[in-house]
Every structure is written in structure tokens, then in C-alpha cells.
Design a protein around this ligand. Structure first.
Ligand SMILES: *[C@@H]1O[C@H](CO)[C@@H](O)[C@H](O)[C@H]1NC(C)=O
Ligand SMILES: *[C@@H]1O[C@H](CO)[C@@H](O)[C@H](O)[C@H]1NC(C)=O
Ligand SMILES: *[C@@H]1O[C@H](CO)[C@@H](O)[C@H](O)[C@H]1NC(C)=O
Ligand SMILES: [Zn+2]
Length: 479
């Protein structure tokens, strides 16, 4: 029968393609993830364990309202076995000027009473999320204190509803034929992201491998994908995304880099091919899933804290000057640092992996949103490392490449200098481990959509940042 013969011909053609495609430095089994043979290094900082009996009164006292909210959510789960999504109808986002003296204190008070939460901002302005029932009250307070503001988002739920529409039928058909479900037209669930990583490892076993370096608090895999031509003297670059659950553009961007390097490795530049790339696109899988199923604006991980307050800010939990400025000791705070450095399974697994890896990391880039900043250490205090000029120069070159490619303007500076101190970040810790080029990149936008960035931004943001990453690669290769 004709169709049978066709099938055989197609099969032979496919086989020829597979056999004739060059296997680039096929890795020997067991060689993929070389480990240091030396003993484990001690944790960088000698921090004494903090306990929950500590006094919360100095920072973010646990507001009764938060506790009650959380209890209500927990009850809903118990009753329905299906968590109810938090509805942000009527919630607004305002951009508030903080130039007037006392403005930050007013905002801090409102935040501690749990009437608002803070989003992005800079030294002269802050974006705040306001619950619907207090919009009028806060309008009155700001009028009285003559604090200037703009309403940026009138109804947050409306924006959330429009942010991540389902794929059309053509796209779904394509997905079925491709062998994975990942696109850059949607913010995907963890299953699709991990499915994509596994697919690449299966499809390109000579250059790509995937490894789970541990489990999240709720038992999800913490997956890293490595792309390498297998040469033993390569420099290595580590890239993470999704430390903060709600910053969806981050895993979308990091998976786009993976896609580019994996699918076009043969024709990539020598810089890209000469580096061992380690990608961890979702450092906080529990939080990420929670933003899809319950609370779009969840930031922390999902480890229970104190009473009904859940989650640690993983980007305050790393062990370089852990517990310093810009991190809270209250489990109810959005910037809760955790009970001690690396108290969370996610940060512990990541740090142990880097410490025990034989890879020679010369860059560490952590992707966040939003604000369009290229930030280098230190974050823990208003200080810079001795080689900060090198980081500043490279950061400016990366920002220039981004601007040339997609037009977005990124500001470059130290985290604490350009924004505010925030101790316990992954970038500070990476730098403390001797990884020279350590950056936090705050992706788009500058506040119009904030965390709720429509899917139409994914490809442009990822593409311009890929141009930035290429500049970093060329510097790493040169060193
Ligand atoms: C801070 O953000 C506001 C609002 O986006 C902007 O108008 C202002 O220029 C920014 N200031 C600095 C110093 O970047
Ligand atoms: C709003 O303001 C009124 C009057 O100042 C006050 O009684 C009420 O408790 C406020 N509501 C909230 C939720 O703070
Ligand atoms: C790692 O790279 C640095 C330069 O960034 C180089 O000086 C050093 O020798 C390398 N170490 C190893 C073990 O290859
Ligand atoms: Zn972040």
C-alpha cells in the first residue's frame, strides 16, 4: 500500500537526519554533572538560628487582618478540596510620589495595617496595591497629607483576566505535534515548563541534560537544565528565574533563552557554545503554581510560617549578611527572611548545588520583575565590591544591547545604591562565592502593568534580554 511505503520512506528519511546530525562532544554517562571532590564548604555566614519567639514589634507586626484572611483561605480549601481564587475586583494600583517628607512613613503605616501592599518603586516613587474597601479611605489620607499619586490600574482583576488568555486552537494543535507544550505566547504552568526541559534533554542528549537538585517544600522537583558542548575547561554561567512567584515574565524569559540555545546550538556563536549554561527557570515552583491556582500576586514560597502566615521570601533567605537591612523577621511580611539563612529547601538546594558543582561559574544572573534595572551587589547595604567598576561597565554594555534591540531603557547600578538595601538576595550570595559577574535583572515594565504583564510582552522582553545575555557571554569568554 502506498501509505505504508510512504511511512517507511519517511522513517528512513528521519533516521538519516538523526544519524547525520553531528553529535557535539557527546558526554560520557556520569560526566554530565561533575561534582567537586573536595569536602563541602561551610555556609558563608555564621548566623545563629532565630526562633519564632523573637520580637516582631520592630518590623511588620503580624496584623490581625492578615491572619484572618489566611485562615479564611485555609477553611475554603478544607471545605471544597479546591482552593478558591483570590478575586482582585476593585483593587487598584497607584503610583505614589514619596518625595514629600513623611510620605514613606504614611505608606509604611498603611502597609503594616494590611490595607495596602507595596509593589515596585524607586527612590522617589512607590507603586502600591490597594484593597477595594479602603480606596476611599486612602484617597482621604493622601489628600490630607498632600501626597501625590496617579491611579495606574483602576481594576486589578480586569487586568488579571486579560493578562494570560488561553491559546487558540491552531496553537494547541501545534503543541501536540511538537512533543512539548511550551510557547512564548502564554504564561505556562510548571508542568509545561518541566515537560519542555525534559523534552530538550531527550531530544538533544549530547548537549542537554536535566537534573532535579532537590524538592520544594510541597515536594515539587527543583529542576536545572544544563547546555554544554562537554569541553572540560569551559566557563560556566548560572541563570535563575521565578524566585518570586508572581513575576511571571521571569520564567518565561529564562525558558526563552533555553529554547534559543537548545534549538539553535549548531549555529550559535562560539561564545554561547563555549560556555556551560545552567538554567533554573523556576526556583520557587510551589509559589509559582499558587499564583496560577489561588493568588495571582503571591510572592514567597509556601512553607508555613507562624500561625496562619505562610511563606518565606526566598530572595531574603540566602546566606550572605542574612537578616540585614531590607528583610523582615515577621513571617507575615512579604519580605520575611526565614528562620535562618537557607532555612528553605529551595534556597538550600540551589546553594548546595553551586557549592558542590565542579563548574567554573563566572556569572550568575537572577531574573525578576519589574522596573527595568540591571543591578549588581551589594544588596545588603550601601556598599559595592572592589571590582564593581567591571560589573558596572558590563552592565552598561548589556543595557545598551537591550536598548538597541528592543528599545527598553534599563538603569544600571548597585542594588542598594539604585533602589534600597535588601539583605539575603541570591546575587549577593553568588558574589560572596567568588562568582564575578553577579546581577539581578528587573525585567519590564516600569509600572504600567507591573507584575500583571500581558503575554504580548513575553517575546519582545525575552529577545532584548537575550541580546544583553550575549554581551555577558562575550565578556565571560574573554576573561
Ligand atoms: C521613579 O519612578 C517614577 C515613576 O515611574 C518616575 O517618574 C521617576 O522618574 C523615577 N525616578 C528615578 C530617579 O528613576
Ligand atoms: C475608613 O475610615 C473611617 C473613618 O475615618 C474609619 O472609621 C474606618 O475604620 C476606615 N476603614 C478602614 C478599613 O480602615
Ligand atoms: C576558572 O576561571 C577563572 C577565570 O574566570 C580562571 O582563572 C580559573 O583558573 C578557572 N578555574 C578552573 C578550575 O578552571
Ligand atoms: Zn523579584
Amino acid at each position: 500500500m502506498g501509505s505504508k511505503r510512504q511511512t517507511v520512506v519517511l522513517f528512513l528519511a528521519a533516521l538519516t537526519v538523526v544519524l547525520s546530525s553531528p553529535l557535539i562532544n557527546e558526554l560520557q554517562p556520569g560526566e554530565e554533572w561533575p561534582q567537586r571532590n573536595s569536602v563541602r564548604q561551610p555556609v558563608a555566614d555564621d548566623q545563629t538560628e532565630q526562633t519564632l519567639t523573637e520580637d516582631f514589634s520592630t518590623d511588620d507586626p503580624a496584623p490581625a487582618a492578615v491572619v484572618e484572611d489566611a485562615i479564611i483561605v485555609a477553611k475554603t480549601i478544607e471545605r471544597d478540596h479546591e482552593p478558591k481564587k483570590i478575586d482582585y475586583s476593585g483593587s487598584q494600583v497607584w503610583q505614589v510620589s514619596t518625595t514629600k517628607s513623611g510620605a514613606r512613613q504614611v505608606i509604611g503605616r498603611l502597609r503594616r495595617r494590611n490595607l495596602i501592599s507595596t509593589w515596585g518603586g524607586n527612590q522617589s516613587s512607590v507603586d502600591i496595591l490597594i484593597k477595594p474597601n479602603v480606596v476611599e479611605n486612602i484617597t482621604r489620607v493622601f489628600k490630607r497629607e498632600s501626597i501625590d499619586y496617579n491611579v495606574v490600574i483602576e481594576d486589578l482583576q480586569k487586568r488579571i483576566n486579560e493578562e494570560n488568555p488561553p491559546l487558540d486552537n491552531d496553537e494547541i494543535e501545534l503543541q501536540d505535534r511538537r512533543g512539548h507544550r511550551m510557547t512564548w505566547k502564554q504564561y505556562h504552568r510548571l508542568e509545561d515548563i518541566y515537560g519542555f526541559m525534559d523534552y530538550l534533554a531527550k531530544t538533544y542528549p549530547s548537549i542537554i541534560s536535566v537534573k532535579s537538585i532537590g524538592k520544594s517544600f510541597e515536594g515539587r522537583d527543583l529542576k536545572i537544565l544544563r547546555i554544554s558542548n562537554g569541553k572540560s575547561d569551559n566557563k560556566a554561567v548560572f541563570i535563575d528565574g521565578g524566585i518570586h512567584a508572581r513575576e511571571w515574565i521571569s520564567p518565561a524569559t529564562v525558558t526563552y533563552f533555553i529554547y534559543q540555545f537548545a534549538e539553535y546550538f549548531d549555529v550559535e556563536s562560539d561564545d554561547i557554545k563555549g560556555i556551560d549554561w545552567y538554567f533554573m527557570p523556576v526556583v520557587n515552583p510551589d509559589g509559582y503554581e499558587y499564583t496560577h491556582t489561588v493568588d495571582r500576586l503571591w510572592r514567597k514560597n509556601r512553607k508555613p510560617g507562624y500561625r496562619a502566615c505562610t511563606g518565606t521570601d526566598l530572595n531574603r533567605n540566602f546566606g550572605h549578611h542574612w537578616g540585614g537591612k531590607g528583610a523582615s523577621n515577621s513571617p507575615c511580611s512579604e519580605i520575611y527572611r526565614g528562620s535562618n539563612a537557607f532555612s528553605e529547601p529551595e534556597t538550600l538546594a540551589l546553594s548546595e548545588f553551586i557549592k558542590s558543582s565542579a563548574a567554573n561559574f563566572s556569572a550568575y544572573v537572577t531574573y525578576h520583575s519589574y522596573g527595568q534595572y540591571m543591578l549588581y551587589p551589594w544588596g545588603y547595604d550601601n556598599a559595592v565590591p572592589p571590582d564593581y567598576k567591571d560589573l558596572d561597565n558590563l552592565g552598561k554594555k548589556m543595557a545598551e544591547a537591550i536598548s538597541k534591540t528592543g528599545g527598553s531603557q534599563y538603569q544600571v547600578g548597585s542594588s542598594s545604591g539604585l533602589l534600597y538595601p535588601a539583605a539575603g538576595g541570591s546575587d549577593d550570595w553568588a558574589k560572596s562565592q567568588g562568582i564575578k559577574y553577579s546581577y539581578t535583572i528587573e525585567l519590564s515594565d516600569t509600572g504600567r502593568y507591573g507584575f500583571v504583564l500581558p503575554t504580548s510582552f513575553i517575546v519582545p522582553v525575552a529577545k532584548e534580554n537575550l541580546a544583553g545575555l550575549r554581551v555577558l557571554a562575550s565578556q565571560v569568554i574573554k576573561e
